[in-house]
Design a protein around this ligand. Sequence first.
Ligand code: FAD
Length: 626
Amino acid sequence: MNFDVIVVGAGHAGVEAARAASQMGCQVLLLTMNADQIAAMSCNPAIGGLSKSQIAKEIDILGGWMARVADESAYQYRVLNERKGPAVQATRVQVDRHEYRQIMKFRVENQSGLLLKQAQVARLLFEGSKIKGIETSIGQKFFARQIIITTGTFMNGKAHIGRQSFASGRAGEPPSLGLSDFLKTLGIKISRFKTGTVPRVDARSVDFSRMERQESQTSCAPLSIFSEKLRPDLRAAYLAYTNPKTHETIRASLDQSPLYSGIIESRGPRYCPSVEDKIVRFADKDRHQLFLEREGRWTNEVYVGGVSTSLPYDCQLEFLRTIEGLESVEIIRPGYAIEYDYIDATQLLPSLEMKEVPGLYFAGQVNGTSGYEEAGAQGLMAGINSGLKNFEKEPLILKRSEAYIGVLIDDLVSKTTNEPYRMLSSRAEWRLLLREDNAEQRLYSYAKRNKLLSLSDEQKIEAVLDEREKLHSKIKLTRVLPSQVINSRLAAVGQNELKSGISVHELLKRPGFELPEIEMLVPLLFAEHAQQDWKRVMSDVKYEGYIRQCESQLKQMERLERLKIPLGFNFSALKALPIEAREKLTQIRPATLGQAGRISGITPASISVLAIHLSKASDKGACVNE
Ligand SMILES: Cc1cc2nc3c(=O)[nH]c(=O)nc-3n(C[C@H](O)[C@H](O)[C@H](O)COP(=O)(O)OP(=O)(O)OC[C@H]3O[C@@H](n4cnc5c(N)ncnc54)[C@H](O)[C@@H]3O)c2cc1C
């Protein structure tokens, strides 16, 4: 019973951690409380969406399973922000939640070097100050020098529905008791957050004909670079709306809400508000949108997206029945809120290893995050870093300019979070560099160096990179001559007409020249490459100028990261900073710009303001570079 790495918990973080470490050649034990609930989706059965699809794609290139399994179990695809630029476009895959977890379980069970066992871990074992293994609630002992804890919302979990509350890890599953108390004995700081979920209703009681039908997109690319095509059996979702009657019903029940009656004191995710919060915080809105999505192909359960609630069961039923199409609705599972223990992630190194307990890693919701992608990304990195440590190698720390994963982990370990952390594109100051369509360019070298992919997967990515490269050269070499078609298109978008030949590359940079125009002008070249390759290259070209600008700013920022802030610097006088930033900086008085950036609540925008100011001062000799 000796392993290299033990992973505690087989949620979204746990499976990616176990996969990465075993792929790197470690012997891995994955312990979880219920072997039928591997990578179970506690809330919305969907992967991707704004800023999260980027994370899912980064996980994919680094060998993780999330995006592939989303494609394998897909139910519906949507490309968000399709009309905006590629930097903010995002694929969202609604999945069959039962298939998703079955496929994950199958993958876990068949991964070489990985052993799965159902068990509840109660405490960690030490030899002196060195970690040496774990002990389960029934006294089994397993040994390893690296332990990764990914217990999600389960530690001391307590669910709430109205004024009723009960111990629970997630609806229908027991909490994990004991481990968190044990961790406290090690001096680990633990606090509580809360989150919530929506009611699930019976499809037979819903009148879908009175709702807006939203078909799946069928022409987008799969989420994973390794998936060949979309499943053929995609399904529709439906849109419905709350109305003043719904709001009135909810408002009248607020005194029975554990959120508003003071029963729940811990903080929840601000960006996923409960329907109670929406009614109170956005009191002037007379409707909120709901998404009705079936939870899978073999169930009548429907997820009612947008109405996360912990009101009593009767109130949930009453307010749902005020909504058009839901007048006769029956609830299968009520919505609920859950409070749980999480650790303060500033106790971790950027490798996700605990500063004070070498060999002990934490990943996923237990680090104060919310969301499957955020959890999967941390699991992956903890798995990779435990594997590297096992082979006595340096950890892999992704930079903020290389990956959303880098942003996520840097934020977590440097800033104390006082609400569940969810990735937002606004957190990534280099988001133009971190597009959905260039994850392989950014991260493949790490995957290859650390042996995170099979040989055939490596070949697949290399082929994609190769095609991209070839197409780039071809569009630089292929010239088009001025023609009626080109000039009328240029005139239509207010551009000067062409007087001489121009490369396809130059033409693509011009507004008004998208793929259909290119197909018309150079049909033979267009046919030589897949649509997906053209899309990738087009966004490289369209963003070329911005990217160059970003890269030079990045170099400047890296220098500024090390810039010293003079003693006694008057932050209060810097009116371009928000008041909160001025107050925090005055209180903490960071010594360098890098340190300032790690203060909770100081946004990248404030750092840019400070950087510009310090840079000017530095030019005048006021600051000293390290
Ligand atoms: C009610 C609810 C609502 C949510 N709503 C949202 C939302 O609206 N939006 C959003 O983005 N995210 C939401 N989430 C969060 C999302 O589900 C999580 O972020 C994600 O599942 C976290 O993944 P994880 O791997 O960290 O933990 P989990 O998926 O929770 O997995 C933890 C695993 O650890 C195992 N485990 C726990 N303790 C032990 C132990 N002692 N020994 C062995 N195994 C153990 C459990 O059995 C489980 O398999 C919600 C979660 C819940 C519970």
